[in-house]
Design a protein around this ligand. Structure first.
Ligand code: HEC
Ligand code: HEC
Length: 470
């Protein structure tokens, strides 16, 4: 199956969307270049350090809200949360807000703005690390996907606060009606945002008067951990674009940024890419049964390495795209990204005007490297499977699951979850529903990847132990 299907394409109310997005350019905008002074250097570790500094200090998007506005959001929380916040000290209240929105502290300034937010004199500007800086078992790791991020809840609370104070809705808030930012906390509708932002521009990235019409679907994704990006020649779960600095700049396409400004940031993003490629997989911090893991290695090499590669000093990674029919995981991401968007990548500044070979009709997903896989739960591109044990036991995967904040499941290796056979009926509020991962929703299936089923229980146990050691 190679054709891209548009089973229920939704064509956005383009003029309205564009108007709203354009209004973004009117918001507060700090002069970005003042905020990060770069020292020119050619070594990759210095480039990586600069790249990380850019991500944490230089805003590439307009300010989203001020610290004071963020700290007052509790006033629009649901009653029971509001009661707790009212009694709390300001510091505790911030912790409650981080927890509600899935934001993680910045290890360099634990009492300041969260990782993924650049604190500017004008206010807080969100950036790449809001999705690409996460925590596992309570430990913050920049480059790990933020599997807690409640982007939709954050933006909706900001909208409610604006409405409550009698302000008109800011464009970002109004847009969430058109593009839901995520229906399950920890996953985001990131590619669709990028499809729509790209549709506002011509090949040279100038804003169009009339945006291109592109069909789109909404599908939430779990970002891959950056420590595996160095092994790849092509990015994203379907591997559709070659890895370059330009390609990773799609989130700076907000209308506030002119084509010239965006292009002037290319060298920054070469450094950002150097940082991404410098991120190392964290080691499993708990006990490993080394004998059992060593018994798992040959089983893994027989049953899994063909797609996921081999590990250790002479390891190799095949970067293999597997046909969707063979994998059987949720296919909405594959079918839902329009061919028009892939082609725009190819033909525009992103694809160096046709020089880069973009894959217009990928037939499946690329098996990711499994380094540090103990830390990157939940699993699969849509984040539908909470532990490695569940990856290995297809029939036992929960229909609905709810994670704890910082719990880690040492037995099953991954998120500590409560399992349900359906969404509990008392969960009615939209923000509450997003705390539960519901595999019954469109684009959220946890089915497929039956490859481990050829193994018996003892072999699965050994492979699970081996996976901890990668
Ligand atoms: C709203 C959340 C979000 C934001 C913001 C975001 N990303 Fe991502 N990113 C994702 C998701 C989700 C994926 C997986 C997409 C896919 O596979 O189709 C991804 C994939 C990537 C990848 C591919 C990694 C790989 O190994 O294939 C890179 C590199 C990347 N992002 C860099 C960035 C940079 C740089 C920025 C900031 C300019 C950024 N991202 C902003 C969510 C986000
Ligand atoms: C025929 C190719 C193939 C084989 C064989 C295979 N896998 Fe996979 N695997 C994939 C693909 C493709 C994905 C991505 C699926 C997705 O995200 O929808 C994947 C995803 C995974 C993931 C989730 C990774 C993540 O970061 O989300 C794990 C864990 C995994 N495989 C483990 C295994 C193990 C263990 C075996 C052997 C018992 C195995 N796989 C055999 C192709 C394969």
């Amino acid at each position: 199956m190679t054709a891209i299907q548009h089973d229920s394409p939704i064509v956005a109310e383009r003029p309205a969307l564009v108007l709203l997005l354009l209004l973004l350019s009117a918001s507060n905008w700090a002069t970005a270049d003042e905020l990060a002074a770069a020292t020119v250097s050619s070594t990759s570790s210095e480039a990586a350090a600069r790249g990380y500094r850019y991500l944490t200090t230089k805003p590439y998007q307009p300010v989203d809200f001020t610290a004071a506005e963020f700290d007052a959001l509790w006033k629009v929380w649901p009653p029971e949360l509001k009661v707790a916040a009212e009694k709390a000290t300001p510091a505790e209240r911030r912790r409650l807000a981080f927890s509600r929105y899935g934001l993680v502290p910045n290890p360099d300034s634990p009492d300041g703005a969260p990782l993924g937010v650049v604190d500017t004199p004008m206010g807080w500007a969100m950036n790449c690390l809001s999705c690409h800086g996460g925590k596992v078992a309570g430990r913050v790791i920049p480059g790990l996907a933020n599997s807690h991020y409640a982007f939709q809840t954050l933006i909706q609370d900001v909208a409610n606060a604006e409405l409550a104070s009698g302000q008109p809705l800011s464009p970002r808030q109004a847009n969430t009606a058109l593009i839901p930012l995520g229906r399950s906390n920890g996953t985001t509708n990131a590619q669709t945002a990028s499809v729509l932002l790209s549709s506002l521009r011509d090949r040279e990235l100038h804003l169009l008067e009339t945006p291109r019409k592109v069909p789109f679907e909404n599908y939430d994704l779990d970002a891959p951990p950056f420590w595996n990006t160095k092994k790849k020649s092509h990015l994203y779960i379907d591997g559709f674009v070659p890895k370059t600095a330009r390609v990773i700049m799609q989130f700076v396409l907000v209308p506030a940024n002119s084509a010239e400004t965006i292009k002037s940031w290319e060298s920054d993003f070469q450094d950002v890419l150097a940082w991404i490629e410098s991120v190392e997989a964290p080691k499993y911090p708990y006990a490993i049964d080394r004998d059992l893991a060593e018994r798992g290695r040959p089983i893994f090499n027989r049953a899994c390495a063909e797609c996921h590669g081999t590990y250790g000093p002479s390891g190799s990674y095949p970067e293999k795209r597997v046909d969707i029919a063979e994998i059987g995981t949720d296919r909405l991401r594959l079918d839902g990204m329009p061919v028009e968007h892939r082609r725009f990548y190819q033909e525009s500044w992103f694809g160096e005007f046709g020089k880069l070979e973009v894959v217009e009709q990928p037939t499946g997903y690329v098996a990711p490297p499994l380094d540090g896989v103990w830390a990157s739960a939940p699993y699969f591109h849509n984040g539908s499977v909470p532990t490695l044990w569940h990856v290995l036991h297809e029939a036992k995967r929960p229909t609905v699951w709810l994670r704890s904040e910082d719990g880690y499941d040492h037995e099953r290796v991954g998120l500590e979850v409560t399992e349900f056979d359906k969404l509990p009926p008392e969960v009615r509020r939209a923000d509450d529903k997003r705390r539960y991962f519901n595999t019954r929703l469109r684009g959220k299936s946890a089915a497929g990847h039956s490859f481990p089923e050829q193994l018996n229980e003892g072999e699965k146990r050994a492979v699970l132990e081996y996976l901890k050691s990668l």
